[in-house]
Design a protein around this ligand. Sequence first.
Ligand SMILES: [Zn+2]
Length: 126
Amino acid sequence: MTGTDFIAHSPETKPFWDAAAESRFVLPRCQQCHRTHWYPRGICPHCLSTDIDWQESPGEGEIHSFSVNRMGNEPYVLAYVALTEGPIMLTNVVGADPATLSIGTRVKVIFKGAAPEAPVPLFAVR
Ligand SMILES: [Zn+2]
């Protein structure tokens, strides 16, 4: 067993993780009500359709709310980021002094992970 054997993407989320492996950010978009949603899943949370497609996104948005956790060696920022497309996602804002952040700070997705096979969407100040 290797360090990434635990990663088992479901068929519903595989397109998201395949794109993330190429540093592309895609959002699930319902083909019935034409709304995007977060998190990736095979059913639209707005209209319950299973007709989901994937939309390329620049991964831009703004901090909707955030909290600074100072329990570890270095503080880290847990944030809700409101994407330009509408969905709000729970994530981390990295690479910035937490004291410089505020609600409304513009951020852009970056991908980082414990292993190249497991990139996770995080956000950095634009
Ligand atoms: Zn829908």
